[in-house]
Design a protein around this ligand. Structure first.
Ligand SMILES: [Zn+2]
Length: 442
């Protein structure tokens, strides 16, 4: 059920907005010239109404949700779309463009967009897998958190259109009596831009502000320009916007409240960055920095800095990686081998694979903990002896399993059971924390 709302969300009603995206489609009238279609997909569409055309900023991740948003906006205006602006190259901003484009529509992006899109396509196989994991494509929709408006297991045809205009630092134009100012503002990506509408005191910050601690480092994605993100927020504050209409979450109104939110966002970013750098220089290992860096209470309590999407821990990982290499001063990791030797040692320390499987099957206090992503939705977790160990030939094969350890089981030809063993290495040997991960694989 779609709803239309002429009521702006003010900061006084923060709890209702405390999420990256909402599930109910809603076309919000921010002011007489700016509308925000939110809840149709992960990404918003922002419509700017001029005297003779519509300018569309961001297009969602798919043509179907873009069509739904456009259908609703068509009840407000039938004017043609003169420009489509991509705030950056991410799929949830560019893949619905064809829905809005007419014969004379121009698409605008920052010039790094082209190279970023080339790199994304170069890694398409990897990115497809990563997106399915990040957005929990195989988990039932009602069990996901924020989700995309397209099915990643059966991705629809993209509605992306390459930009015809690609600018460097700024691009200004007037359309239908409305001034548009586009500025290169890095943060989420290196091709990120913001749109400033001085006539309406309205700022479109793209993905540089949304209702979550910012995703300063995404686990499977390239480094993000962290300090540049904070600098971009400083730049936004200098404009003193009265309306802030992001490409995720709901719009905000109120000059003072917006200034405070942008300021806090920048302060949180710099705090995590500076704390991480200081601790790296003090010689702290990454795991310790990750455990110890926490936002100060006045920032941690802000609803738009909760770990709904990005997290402080991931930001620490990202900052650490940006400034250091892959060597962590542990010689064992300089030219590390595969996981098999450690897994074998852990299995042997736990009494061998048979003992582990037996304990698992028996349950009770000795039952290992089944855990790990990938078990959900793919069958119940259970422990099962690999079938090659059954029957008359079982004994010698079982002995072989014991010799070769858990890794062998995970490669069992019949694939009846996949067994992985992970453990925590204490500084001076194996800790008692041995965690079994048993997954039914067929
Ligand atoms: Zn986005």
């Amino acid at each position: 059920m779609r709803t239309f709302s002429a009521i702006l969300l003010l900061l006084s009603s923060l709890p209702a907005a405390a999420q990256l995206s909402q599930n109910t489609p809603e076309l919000i009238r921010v002011n007489p010239h700016v509308y925000c279609a939110t809840g149709y997909a992960l990404g918003n569409v922002i419509f700017v109404l001029t005297d003779r055309s519509i300018v569309v900023v961001d297009t969602t991740e798919g043509q179907a949700p873009a069509q739904a948003a456009f259908h609703d906006f068509r009840k407000i205006s039938a004017l043609p779309v003169s420009y489509i602006v991509y705030t950056h190259f991410h799929g949830d901003h560019v893949n619905g463009a064809k829905v809005f484009a007419g014969p004379d529509t121009k698409v605008i992006a920052q010039k790094n967009h082209i190279e970023e899109m080339r790199k994304y396509r170069l890694m398409m196989g990897y990115n497809r897998k990563l997106n399915q994991v990040q957005w929990a494509a195989s988990v039932p929709r009602e069990e996901r958190g924020a989700t995309l408006g397209v099915d990643l297991l059966h991705p629809p045809e993209s509605g992306y259109i390459p930009p015809q205009v690609a600018f460097d630092e700024e691009y200004k134009f007037t359309e239908g009596g409305v001034r548009f100012e586009l500025y290169h503002t890095q943060g989420e990506t290196v091709d990120h831009l913001m749109v400033w509408l001085p006539d309406f005191e309205t700022l479109l910050p793209g993905d540089l502000f949304y209702w979550s601690f910012p995703m300063l480092a995404s686990p499977g994605k390239p480094d993000r320009p962290v300090l540049e993100w904070a600098a971009s927020l400083d730049r936004m504050r200098q404009l003193h916007p009265a309306y802030l209409v992001g490409s995720h979450s709901r719009p905000l109104a109120g000059r003072e409240a917006i200034d405070q939110a942008l300021g806090n966002y920048a302060r949180a970013i710099r705090y995590v960055h500076d704390q991480t750098v200081k601790r790296i220089n003090d010689g702290e290992p990454l795991y310790q920095i990750r455990q110890e860096v926490r936002l100060p209470p006045d920032l941690a309590s802000q609803p738009y800095l909760q770990p709904a999407y990005g997290t402080v821990e991931w930001a620490v990982n990202g900052v650490f990686r940006q400034y250091t290499g892959w060597y962590d001063f542990d010689p064992a990791h300089l030219n590390g081998g595969g996981p098999a030797p450690l897994e074998r040692a852990l299995a042997e320390a736990a009494g061998g694979t048979d003992a582990i499987l037996q304990a698992c099957a028996q349950g009770g206090s000795r039952r290992p903990t089944a855990t790990g992503a990938g078990t959900r939705g793919s069958g119940r977790q259970q422990c099962r002896r690999a079938s090659p160990a059954r029957g008359t030939a079982g004994a010698p094969r079982r002995a072989e399993h014991q010799r070769r350890g858990a890794q062998h089981l995970s490669r069992s030809r019949r694939g009846r059971a996949a067994l992985g063993v992970t453990g925590v290495m204490a500084p001076h040997g194996l800790s008692s924390a041995i965690v079994m991960v048993v997954r039914q694989s067929s």
